[in-house]
Design a protein around this ligand. Structure first.
Ligand SMILES: Cc1cc2nc3c(=O)[nH]c(=O)nc-3n(C[C@H](O)[C@H](O)[C@H](O)COP(=O)(O)O)c2cc1C
Length: 189
């Protein structure tokens, strides 16, 4: 039987979105799906309409999407209307906001990172999600590292461990795995 093909495209600066995209691909392949994964910073986008599902992932920095992920949506929004489309963002603050139960800020961020974009580009995703991200103090500019040093306490209070040194991964892998299973159900519908 011809299995539906899945395309995952992503823009990642610090590696969390790249890694989450690989994790989604791994689950899809385990379920016998044919998956193409594209790093938008380095690789060309194949013909979108050849895929049953397109998943776009972007990292968030200073409240903004990765430049190439935004360019992808801008260029391909019309083709995305002809296939199933899903979207996720990697937001370093989301886990802290969940820990603080700050629903107001969580909702504001979700609007900014997801809802505003789907309205701007008039796309209609079948699924959307906000995952955590990686705070890597080794890769920050010295100014930003200084500004963000007190924030380490908040990460630790939220139960996020420093591993390896200078790195705090705020992602919940169970949520990512659950989402990939949810997407598998939707793609087969
Ligand atoms: C300079 C800088 C700015 C950031 N700004 C935000 C932000 O505005 N909102 C947020 O949720 N996370 C922010 N983060 C955390 C990122 O979302 C996190 O590093 C995530 O992993 C980025 O995705 P990527 O690893 O795929 O690049 C920032 C991180 C850095 C280093």
């Amino acid at each position: 039987m011809n299995q539906p093909k899945i395309l995952i495209v992503y823009g990642s600066r610090y590696g969390a979105t790249a890694d989450s995209a690989s994790r989604l691909a791994h689950t899809f392949r385990k379920h016998d799906k044919e998956v193409t994964i594209v790093n938008l910073e380095k690789e060309k986008v194949p013909m979108i309409t050849n895929y049953r599902l397109v998943v776009l992932g972007t990292g968030i920095k200073m409240d903004k999407w990765n430049r190439m992920a935004e360019k992808f949506l801008k260029l391909h929004h019309n083709e995305l209307k002809k296939t199933k489309f899903a979207l996720f963002v990697s937001s370093g603050y989301s886990r802290i906001l969940i820990h603080k139960n700050d629903q107001v800020t969580l909702e504001k961020k979700r609007k900014k990172y997801i809802t505003d974009k789907i309205h701007k580009y008039k796309v209609d995703p079948i699924a959307m999600n906000v995952f955590g991200g990686i705070w890597d103090y080794n890769k920050m500019s010295s100014w930003f590292r200084m500004v963000m040093t007190p924030f380490k306490e908040e990460l630790i209070c939220a139960g996020i461990t420093e591993n390896p040194q200078g790195t705090f991964d705020t992602r919940d892998f169970n949520r990512i795995d659950q989402w990939s299973k949810d997407l598998l159900q939707l793609v087969d519908k």
